[in-house]
Design a protein. Structure first.
Length: 129
């Protein structure tokens, strides 16, 4: 779903690659959860898995590395499985989101071709008191 900028109505976006998005998700998730766990993060999915794969990584140990490290480990793992996990130069990576999240987008097809992408949000670690 997306929100129309003019009228603020939620509308479903057309998508001709939803089946491929699900296939990529099924192929990647066991490895991505393993990588996240190894880095001290829990990894969960949210969203429809239609146009993109929305993932959220949450620090699970005090010793977990910073958000940029786990995001790059996830990106490299995706690249090994799918063959590409590119960042667009026009995107802000990471992008600051609500609640202190940092977000990255990784595109799973060559430039100029419509297809699935990963929208990864990483929650911040709490500062020691």
């Amino acid at each position: 779903m997306s929100i129309c900028g003019a009228c603020q109505v939620r509308k479903e976006r057309p998508c001709n690659y939803a089946e491929r998005t699900r296939e990529y998700f099924d192929a990647m998730m066991p490895a991505l959860r393993h990588v996240a766990r190894r880095c001290g993060y829990a990894l969960a999915v949210h969203g429809s898995l239609k146009t993109d794969i929305d993932l959220i990584a949450v620090p699970w140990r005090d010793s977990a590395p910073d958000a940029a490290y786990v995001a790059e480990e996830i990106r490299l793992t995706v690249e090994r499985i799918i063959g590409t996990a590119r960042k667009r130069e026009s995107d802000k990576n990471p992008e600051q989101k609500d609640c202190g999240r940092l977000a990255w987008s990784f595109y799973l097809q060559p430039e100029g071709i419509d297809g699935p992408y990963i929208d990864l949000s990483v929650m911040p670690k709490l500062k020691a008191e």
